[in-house]
Design a protein around this ligand. Structure first.
Ligand SMILES: [Cu+2]
Length: 96
């Protein structure tokens, strides 16, 4: 049915847009673990996950991201729940 197809297309378009506009989160790197491909971040509020500030371990979308940062770095990152795992999607040095 055409209406259903249109709705499905709209939902897809909106969720793609939501991903692209994932809010930037302020953080500070506490530990980079290349071996297990994880990063420990002290982070500010994560609005898209409804999470208050805390220090916690995240997975990363791409292990190469871990080569760009080190413990002590102030960063801005985006994160989402990917199949139940809090996963950092992007990370970059905080703008001064
Ligand atoms: Cu957290």
């Amino acid at each position: 049915m055409k209406t259903t197809q249109l709705l499905a297309t709209l939902v897809l378009a909106f969720s793609t847009a939501a991903m692209a506009t994932m809010p930037m989160v302020d953080g500070e790197v506490r530990k980079v673990d290349m071996g297990s491909k994880k990063i420990t971040l002290k982070h500010g509020e994560i609005k898209n996950l409804d999470m208050p500030p805390m220090t916690m371990v995240f997975q990363v979308k791409d292990p190469a991201m871990l080569e760009k940062v080190k413990a002590g770095d102030k960063v801005q990152f985006t994160v989402d729940n990917v199949n139940g795992a809090m996963t950092v999607l992007t990370i970059e040095p905080a703008k001064k």
